[in-house]
Ligand binder design. Structure first.
Ligand SMILES: [Zn+2]
Ligand SMILES: [Zn+2]
Length: 354
């Protein structure tokens, strides 16, 4: 089978490798769609602390496909099932895992980091991932591409649940890439009073507008604070979500908030990203600051339900598809910021949007 193998930062090689053999408690999934995430770009460029140098790995953690083989000890899954696989497998016994928060487990395994991921024709799913609930059967109405995209979407779902976004909220989303776009979809679904989106890219803002954003701010020539104040009669925003990895964006987010405003520092900053915050603003305005990372399997299940009911149309964000042999172009497309989501597909006939 063909597999895109990460060797070291800057080196991913597509090669012929044997189809993985499965153990009695494992399943084998024929991958049909795997989307590229910022995390894949980061690992491809810089590696990952859980990936020792010299260790090769197949990246890709937003993945869906069809079960082609089921070990004799597996219960509840059959060959032919359409499934998706969530990346973070919790240890199963820490405090967070016991509370269903596998995304917060300090001792996690992850597809595309510690286990081979989706950028290959056949994906072996270890028994522990099956047993901990990381394999989801797909509703008929969900395409493989949408199922793959449900992973990052579920992280946004978690982020908005933490903020309790609702119909009285003016929501500001900073960054109109795929994550910003998912946040627009969710805020629209929650009935937000007004959605203001800021980005440097006119084409991405255009997409945010199509998805339901009310006010588009071109950050290269418009002042976001002035726009938000003008759009809220000087009150400020109820909710701010940072969907751009920038210290300036984070420190500026607090200035956009109304009294009792809430912010989710959704995009991480990586190493050395400490941001000074004027705590007087928190004190006198009663602000709520939070952050979320990843999603639990419970979040994913709920997000998949929304996708299955077609209350959001994630397929609209696929801007280019590539066969596995052209994965370097898929990475370039993803890194360029020219489009939205790049999808690796394994069958020319695979439909992307339903
Ligand atoms: Zn991701
Ligand atoms: Zn755990």
């Amino acid at each position: 089978m063909r597999a895109a193998i990460f060797h070291e930062p800057g080196k991913i090689v597509v090669a012929d490798v044997p189809v993985p053999r499965i153990e009695p408690d494992e399943i084998l999934v024929r991958v049909r769609a795997a989307s590229i995430c910022g995390t894949d770009l980061r690992i491809a460029k810089h590696g990952h602390f859980k990936l020792p140098s010299g260790q090769t790995r197949v990246l890709g953690h937003e993945v869906a496909g069809e079960i082609v083989e089921v070990g004799p000890r597996v219960v509840g899954y059959r060959a032919g099932d359409r499934v998706s696989v969530t990346p973070n497998v919790g240890c199963g016994h820490c405090r967070h895992c016991r509370e269903g928060l596998n995304n917060m487990c300090p001792d996690y395994e992850a597809f595309g980091i510690t286990i081979d991921g989706g950028f290959e024709e056949y994906l072996r799913v270890p028994g522990f991932a099956l047993q901990r609930g990381n394999v989801f059967r797909l509703p008929e109405s969900v395409s493989y591409a949408e199922a793959a995209l449900t992973e990052p979407f579920s992280c946004c779902y978690r982020g908005q649940r933490a903020l309790g976004v609702g119909f009285e909220d003016v929501v500001v989303i900073i960054g109109a890439g795929p994550i910003g776009a998912f946040h627009v979809m969710l805020a629209r679904l929650a009935g937000a009073r007004k959605i203001i989106v800021s980005d440097h890219s006119a084409s991405r803002l255009d997409i945010a507008g199509h998805l339901g954003a009310d006010v588009l701010v071109d950050a290269s020539r418009q002042d976001l604070v002035a726009t938000v104040l003008a759009e809220t009669r000087g009150r400020g925003a109820d909710v701010v979500i940072t969907a751009a990895s920038s210290p300036q964006v984070q420190s500026g987010a607090v200035d956009l908030l109304a009294t009792h405003g809430r912010v989710n520092f959704f995009a991480g900053l990586g190493q050395g990203g400490a941001v000074p915050i004027d705590t007087n603003k928190l004190h006198y305005k009663g602000l709520v600051l939070t952050g979320t990372t990843g999603s639990s399997n419970a979040d994913y299940a709920r997000a998949l339900e929304l996708v299955g009911q077609q209350r959001v149309r994630l397929g609209e964000l696929v801007s280019a598809t590539f066969p596995i042999d052209r994965i370097d172009e898929a990475f370039e497309h993803s890194a360029s910021g020219a489009g939205m989501k790049a999808m690796v597909v394994f069958d020319d006939s695979e439909e992307v949007a339903p």
